[in-house]
Design a protein around this ligand. Structure first.
Ligand SMILES: Nc1ncnc2c1ncn2[C@@H]1O[C@H](COP(=O)(O)OP(=O)(O)OP(=O)(O)O)[C@@H](O)[C@H]1O
Ligand SMILES: [Mg+2]
Length: 252
């Protein structure tokens, strides 16, 4: 089982949308997928299955309780988040507790896609420690989010050097790129220059199909033949898929 986290310090950059499209694409490629909403909002989990009271969530998994993920759209299963994730008992957990919690589910899924909350640092640490692949996302239209992309990638590199919590691989994603803006055309080069050639940088255009697909709770619409974001999403899904196929439990 491989764990992919969509993460950014900033809000609104596209973490949930990207997590959903990647999860749908991996599911359509045959992977058994669990979506984890590591967020106080239901977000990605609610795109696949609307949460209802009494259904177990990621907070219970983190606290060592039995969880029963629910199956939703495309047979993607979900564990949703909620306000409990901001509670003192979750804040007090060690960074490796999500990784260990997910290992209890390892025979049931080929991949787990985590939609991570913005800003809440203890959730970031849990996600980064659990992730085999972190999609570190920024919004081309927001200078602040580009600066925080730099900060987060730098922090991950430092954590790796110190052998603290850090994901196996990182892919920087520049979302909502508008190719008719000269500055947007230079962003990938700037990011590449800064982080070296070992990072494949994915650029996703700004396209209305993304909010439409998420609002209709059909994220796979972003992958259809006429979608302007089909190609970069397929690239992301292929990279994530390679990671899964290399994992011993892959049954696809
Ligand atoms: N490539 C894109 N083109 C156009 N709109 C997009 C794109 N990616 C995401 N969006 C839209 O931007 C908005 C914010 O995206 P999303 O909710 O996925 O961000 P987020 O990072 O998860 O936000 P939050 O921090 O609030 O959890 C949504 O309406 C989403 O559909
Ligand atoms: Mg979100």
């Amino acid at each position: 089982m491989k764990v992919i986290a969509a993460i950014a310090e900033k809000g609104g950059v596209g973490k949930t949308a990207i997590a959903c499209v990647v999860a749908a694409g991996l599911r359509l490629a045959g992977a058994r997928v669990l979506v984890v909403g590591l967020d106080i909002q239901p977000a990605a989990a609610a795109v696949f299955a609307l949460p209802h009271p009494g259904v177990s969530g990621v907070a219970q998994l983190l606290l060592g309780e039995e969880v029963q993920p629910v199956a939703g759209h495309l047979d993607v299963e979900v564990l949703s988040g909620g306000p409990a994730l901001d509670g003192g008992d979750i804040r007090a957990l060690r960074s490796d507790e999500l990784r260990f919690g997910l290992q209890r589910l390892a025979d049931r899924y080929d991949t787990v896609v985590i939609d991570v909350a913005p800003v809440i640092l203890h959730l970031h640490r849990l996600a980064l420690d659990a992730a085999d692949l972190a999609l570190v996302i920024s919004d081309a239209q927001c200078m602040e989010s580009l600066a925080s992309l730099a900060k987060l990638i730098g922090e991950i590199a430092t954590a790796k050097q110190r052998q603290a919590y850090s994901p196996g691989e990182v892919i920087p994603v520049i979302n909502k790129v508008n190719r008719s803006h000269t500055l947007d055309c230079q962003l990938a080069d700037q990011v590449a220059e800064r982080y070296g050639a070992d990072h494949t940088i994915i650029e996703i255009p700004h396209a209305n199909i993304v909010p439409t697909a998420i609002a209709r709770r059909r994220p796979e619409m972003a992958l259809n033949a006429h979608s302007p974001v089909q190609q970069p999403f397929r690239q992301l899904i292929a990279q994530a898929g390679q990671l899964i196929v290399r994992s011993p439990e892959w049954s696809g």
